[in-house]
Structures are given as structure tokens and as C-alpha cells.
Ligand binder design. Structure first.
Ligand SMILES: CO[C@H]1[C@H](O)[C@@H](O)[C@H](O)O[C@@H]1C(=O)O
Length: 716
């Protein structure tokens, strides 16, 4: 064997074995299984022309070479001149004279700063496929899109594809602590190794950047919102700089969480009052220092006056005073401040649902232009199902950024198969009616309803140092979905699930049909067996794992499940209508009308907005108690159905991942039974009604469930 052939053979063996454990996420690039298709791809992609003009284009070329050699099982040669057969050319018009001559400038306008175009062209009489954009990063996104077409067995485009992101800031928020624990993290420890940074660049950092770039994520907040000021000290800034240097060519900016009391903790000042001159001066100097390390630093994410975090209210200042102080200091560097709206405190005992709106709506119009307000999808806290947050549409003068949670804090954590795109879509497609019908949450956050220049969507990361990144093999799909929806919120959950499955597992249609359904139904199923009909926040306190609707001993009333379900002898549910907390008044009249009447309210939100009598007649004809039983039992049964579906997919999945998911589904089945039994046994003590005769009664007592301890639950 010639040396070069041997080398290529070794490379293929390495590439083919790498990825077995999921360490390549959706960038596994397995050989195209359909030989006809592979032959057609080989014909259309017979040479590559990618100029070496900068680090981003070098990455694009490398990704193409790597991806194509694995997919097509042949080495696609790089070329500097057009060949007789078809050439793929990637670059901007400035970088690549052939693209400049291709007459695509008009089309490229629609691609903006980060978008791309993939277009077939005849140049110098020869067929070419151009992957272009107005910037190198646009080209890189185009390259990943092109590879996705091949990974998902799509035809080579015959018509131009033009794509630009609908949302500007597409981010991951890591809740990673400096000691490498991850708050609400279920996939091991933090991937940021502060001990070996800045000198040691873990391959994981590069793979993380590739994965993010492949789905258009362009920002990462490295640290927990429950912040530690130490990350702003020089020793850490050097480490942050090392990460920023790795991520830059992938189009990813680095952000940090700013602890509001940092001027006191690491600056030696006596106060952190945002209107105090020394404090303002301290932040200015600190920000100048940060930019001396990281010239394109993105900015700060701040959790203030929430769950014990310091903030401007400690000095009788408003959230706007706090945000603006940082915004003024960072504006000269074009940095931004992302201020969180997740606030609640015990002096709002009637309904935690209302506080963010009460605190922030009066401040609309007072924030500097470089401030975004980051709002969780719902008003309580990443529940399995929540109506959209009433702040969306209620602050037209402030750009609101979406905060979704990818880590499954309340959704079975690391053990449950739950595909979150349907949850995200449910919120994004909700109509706020803020500017009349059609003012969906998606259009509020993409800035189109109120004409904002800044727009953003973040996902609380579900990434850790587990061998497969996210703990559960299917949890990777939630990271993927966030990126895809932040790029284009009109994509359907089905499309995203199918894309991810094709890239991660197989393009076999039989597999895809069942596996897509498995994913699409999974979120509904967990809602059904854990929090049906609008129930919420009835999980174990502290670790948030498993059911504990009986808990009533937390010193903060709003941390107790009983505060939320309000079960009593008459019924169950939280009355948020005018006869109750009146949280509904925070929505537009058209939204209110959907939910305020107990007889017409969408039943998925019924107990969210109403205290409902046990014998209330539901649309199914069952009374509320019977419906609750039906939902819990059906949900748990459907997990058994998920197990059967997965079993039927055995022929399509490698043994390792097949076994992992099989074992996890077994745990999920046990959890579903646990939720069902514990909740029904407990709620029965209020309804005083029996389980319908056709259900197998729980084989354990309520006392048994109350005494279960979880010393191993993450977060304990
Ligand atoms: C980072 O703290 C988290 C906290 O762990 C979590 O239980 C709650 O959901 O939300 C907080 C927040 O979003 O700030």
C-alpha cells in the first residue's frame, strides 16, 4: 500500500470508529447508506474550492473535507481551478473571484451578516455549486447546511437556497460553577476545565464550537447566573480569553454572568449601589480590562434580586438603574447587558406568577438600547407545561429575549426521553394579541412586532462532561432544537426531530417514522403522568425530582407544592381569575377570554387558572377526578408504549446506544408509575373518590411515597 493510501485508510478507520459513544453528536457523518445516492453525491461533489483567507474558512474547508470523506467514502480533492466535473466553491465574493463573477450579489442581500446561500451555477462553462454569504461565518453556516443536506439524504439543490437567522443572539446559558458543578446539570461536570485553562485546550471546546456553529448558535454564557465574582478576576479572564479565542472563528462570542456585588467582593468597595460614582467607575475599569483580554466580548447576563442574588433593589434602586449602569459602561465596546426577569420574593405571597410583570412593566422604556430583558417561557419556572409569560407583548419599548431550559430540571432530568421542541413551539406560537391577532411570542422576540434592533433566544445548556455530552442520548436533540429554532422559529418540531434523527441515527424510513413519533409525543406523555390538566410545581422540593405534592414545610410559601395545587375537599387548582389572584389580568383581553371561563378554558391549562370542583364535567364526559386518573394512568401506560416502540427500533440502532436508551426508558417507566401512584394516592385524600374500577390500584401506600428519600438525586 502506498503511504498516502495507508494514511487515508487509517483516517477512515479512525473516523468511522470515532462517534460510537455519541461524542460526535449530530456531526457523525456516517457513510451514505443508499449507494445510488452516494454515487450521485460523488458526481455532484467531485472537487472543492475553498480559499484560505481566514480561520473561519479554514474551518469550513476542514469540515467539508472531513464530512465528505466520511459520507462519500472517498477523498474529495481540493482544487484551485474549475474542473470538468462539478466543483463545490465556498467563500464570500471578496474571498473568491469566481463567486464575485457569479452574479449573485442581488440574492446575497437577503442573507444579511450571518446568512448564506447555496446555489448551482455554470461558471466558465462548468457546473459548480456555490456556498456563499456576505461574511466568512455566513459561509461556514452554509457549509454546515450543505453537509446537513447530505447527512439527511436530501437531493443536491437545483434551486437557490437562501437562509438568514430570524433572531440575532442565539445563545446557550451555562449554569456552570467555577468548581465545575453544574446547577441543575444532569450530564456530569462542567466542560470548562478552569484548572487546565488557559494552557490546555480540550478537544471538547473545539467540538462544542463546531456543534454550535452547525446549528447557528453564536453566543455562550460560560457561567452560572447564580454568579461568582471571581470569574471577573485576571486569572480567570485569561482562561475566558482562551475559550473566546477557540470559539471566535466559529462565530461564537463569549459572555459572562456579572455578580452585582462584585465591586464589593473583588473590588474592595463598601457598596454596589448602581448610582454610586465609585461603583460606576469600578465597572468601567473592569469592563475595559475584560475587553483588553477579549476584544469581542459579548457582554453580561445578570440575575439580580432573585433567589438571594444581590441587585439594585438592595439599594432601593430599580432593575433599570442596575441594568443601565452596566449598559453605559459596556456601550463604548458595543457590548450588551442581558438582564433576567426571573424574579420573585416572599413579599408577593398571593401569586408568584405576577411578580415579574409587576416589577418590570412599569420600567418599559427606561432601559438603555443595549439592554435586553431575558424572560423565561412561562411565569412560574420551566414547568412541563406553562402558558406563555405575560411579559411577552407587555413591554413594547424593551427587546425581550426568550429563555428556554434545555436541561430537564422539571422534566425527568437526565433519565427521561423528552423532546422539547413541541414545548418551545407551543410558547413561540402563542398569540399575545399585543398588536392584534398574530402578535405571537415568536414575533415579539424576533423584534418584528415592536421593531426592535436587538433580538435573542437562549437555552439553559444541558451539556456536561458525560461521554455523550448531554447524559441521555436523546437530550442532544434539545440542544439541536434550540439552535434550529433560534435560527428559524417557523421550523416544525417534526422537521427538527427528523433532521436530528437522520443525522444522529439513521435515514431509514421505517426507523424515522416510529422514532419521530416517539420524540414528538414524549413531552405530552411526561405532562400526562406528572403534571396533567395544568397542574404545576408539585415536584420534590430542593432537587425537583419526582412527585411530592404533599410538601408544605418550606420556609418560602411559594416553594411548597400545596401553594400551587391548592387541593381541598371541594376541588383542585389555582384560581388566577378575578375571583382569585387575578394573574389573568396581566394578559391581553383576547388571551384572557381564552382562559378565564372555566367552561371554555383549554383543559391543558384548566388547573393553572382555575380551582375546579372534583365533580366538574370535563369535555371527555368524565368528571375532574376521573379525568385526573385517566391522565395519570394513560401517561404511565404510554411510557410502556415508548419502550415497545424503542424495542422495535433495535435493528436500526447500534447496540451501545440501543442499550442505553432501553435502560433509561426502564427508569422512566418506573418514574411514571411513581408519579401516577403518589399523586393519585395523595389527591384522593381530598377528592374522597375511588380510583375507577378498571385501573390497577397502586401497590404501595401514600406513606411509602412520602418517605422515599433521594440521597443520590442531583441537587441534593
Ligand atoms: C440558577 O438558578 C435556578 C434554580 O436552580 C432553579 O431551580 C430555578 O428554576 O431557577 C433558577 C434561575 O433560573 O435563576
Amino acid at each position: 500500500m502506498k503511504n498516502s493510501t495507508l494514511l487515508f485508510f487509517c483516517l477512515c478507520c479512525f473516523l468511522l470508529t470515532k462517534g460510537e459513544n455519541g461524542d460526535d453528536l449530530w456531526l457523525r457523518y456516517p457513510p451514505v447508506a443508499d449507494k445510488m445516492l452516494q454515487a450521485s453525491y460523488r458526481y455532484h461533489v467531485s472537487a472543492l474550492m475553498v480559499p484560505s483567507s481566514d480561520a473561519t474558512l479554514n474551518i469550513a474547508r476542514q469540515e467539508l473535507l472531513n464530512g465528505l470523506s466520511r459520507l462519500l467514502q472517498t477523498q474529495v480533492p481540493a482544487t484551485a481551478t474549475l474542473r470538468q466535473d462539478e466543483t463545490v466553491i465556498a467563500g464570500t465574493a471578496q474571498q473568491c473571484p469566481l463567486i464575485a463573477q457569479a452574479n449573485i450579489a442581488g440574492l446575497l442581500k437577503a442573507a444579511g451578516n450571518e446568512g448564506f446561500m447555496i446555489v448551482p451555477k455554470i461558471l466558465q462553462g462548468k457546473r459548480c455549486l456555490l456556498i456563499s454569504g456576505n461574511t466568512s461565518i455566513g459561509v461556514l453556516y452554509g457549509v454546515f447546511h450543505f453537509l446537513r443536506l447530505l447527512q439527511t439524504a436530501q437531493p443536491i439543490p437545483v434551486q437557490p437556497i437562501i437562509s438568514a437567522p430570524k433572531i440575532q443572539l442565539r445563545m446557550l446559558d451555562h449554569w456552570d460553577n467555577l468548581n465545575r458543578t453544574v446547577e441543575r446539570g444532569y450530564a456530569g461536570f462542567s466542560i470548562w476545565n478552569w484548572h487546565t485553562l488557559p494552557t490546555y485546550i480540550d478537544q471538547r471546546y473545539i467540538d462544542y464550537a463546531r456543534a454550535n456553529a452547525s446549528i447557528g448558535i453564536n453566543g455562550t454564557v460560560l457561567t452560572n447566573v447564580n454568579a461568582n465574582a471571581t470569574v471577573l478576576t485576571p486569572a480567570y479572564l485569561e482562561k475566558v480569553k482562551a475559550l473566546a479565542d477557540v470559539f471566535r472563528p466559529y462565530g461564537i462570542r463569549v459572555y459572562l454572568t456579572a455578580r452585582f456585588s462584585a465591586p464589593m467582593e473583588i473590588g474592595g468597595l463598601a457598596t454596589a449601589d448602581p448610582l454610586n460614582d465609585s461603583v460606576r467607575g469600578w465597572w468601567k475599569e473592569k469592563i475595559k480590562e475584560i475587553y483588553s483580554y477579549i476584544p469581542d466580548f459579548g457582554g453580561f447576563l445578570v440575575k439580580a434580586n432573585s433567589e438571594g442574588q444581590p441587585g439594585p433593589q438592595d439599594y432601593h434602586r430599580t432593575h433599570a438603574d442596575g441594568a443601565n449602569m452596566l449598559a453605559d459602561a459596556i456601550a463604548p465596546y458595543k457590548g450588551i447587558v442581558i438582564w433576567r426577569a426571573f424574579v420573585y420574593s416572599h413579599d408577593n405571597p398571593i401569586d408568584r406568577h405576577k411578580q415579574a410583570y409587576d416589577d418590570f412593566v412599569p420600567l418599559d422604556g427606561q432601559f438603555r438600547p443595549n439592554v435586553l430583558l431575558q424572560v423565561k417561557n412561562g411565569a412560574i419556572d420551566f414547568m412541563p407545561r406553562e402558558p406563555f409569560h405575560p411579559l411577552f407583548g407587555a413591554m413594547p419599548k424593551t427587546p425581550l429575549m426568550m429563555e428556554f431550559q434545555l436541561t430537564q430540571e422539571y422534566l425527568g432530568q437526565g433519565t427521561s426521553l423528552v423532546f422539547l421542541a413541541p414545548l418551545f413551539k407551543e410558547t413561540l406560537e402563542s398569540d399575545t394579541y399585543s398588536k392584534g391577532a398574530g402578535s405571537t411570542v415568536a414575533k415579539v422576540i424576533d423584534g418584528s412586532v415592536d421593531q426592535h434592533m436587538l433580538s435573542g433566544m437562549a437555552g439553559v445548556a444541558n451539556i456536561g462532561n458525560d461521554i455523550n455530552w448531554c447524559g441521555h442520548p436523546f437530550a442532544q436533540a434539545n440542544w439541536y432544537a434550540l439552535g434550529r429554532l433560534a435560527w428559524d422559529h417557523t421550523l416544525s418540531s417534526e422537521q427538527i426531530a427528523e433532521e436530528w434523527l437522520r443525522m444522529t441515527f439513521s435515514n431509514e424510513l421505517t426507523f424515522l417514522k416510529s422514532a419521530t413519533r416517539l420524540m414528538l409525543e414524549s413531552r405530552d406523555i411526561i405532562v400526562q403522568y406528572s403534571n396533567p390538566i395544568g397542574l404545576h410545581h408539585i415536584m420534590g422540593t430542593g432537587h425537583h425530582y419526582g412527585p411530592a405534592p404533599w410538601v408544605n414545610n418550606q420556609h418560602r410559601p411559594e416553594w411548597n407544592p400545596v401553594y400551587y395545587h391548592k387541593a381541598d375537599s371541594t376541588g383542585i387548582g389555582f384560581d388566577r381569575t378575578a375571583t382569585g389572584s387575578n394573574a389573568l389580568a396581566q394578559y391581553q383581553p383576547a388571551v384572557r377570554r381564552q382562559w378565564e371561563d372555566i367552561h371554555t378554558c383549554d383543559e391543558k391549562y384548566l388547573l393553572w387558572f382555575h380551582h375546579v370542583q372534583w365533580r366538574f364535567r370535563m369535555k371527555s364526559g368524565r368528571n375532574l377526578w376521573e379525568e385526573l386518573c385517566y391522565q395519570y394512568y394513560t401517561g404511565a401506560d404510554r411510557v410502556t408504549g415508548m419502550q415497545h416502540t424503542w424495542e422495535s427500533l433495535r435493528p436500526f440502532v447500534d447496540p451501545q446506544r440501543f442499550a442505553q436508551v432501553t435502560m433509561l426508558l426502564k427508569i422512566q417507566q418506573q418514574e411514571a408509575t411513581w408519579w401516577r401512584n403518589a399523586c393519585l394516592l395523595y389527591f384522593r385524600t381530598f377528592s374522597h373518590m375511588p380510583l375507577p374500577a378498571d385501573y390497577t390500584p397502586p401497590d404501595k401506600t401514600l406513606e411509602y411515597y412520602k418517605q422515599l428519600q433521594f440521597p443520590f438525586a442531583p441537587g441534593n
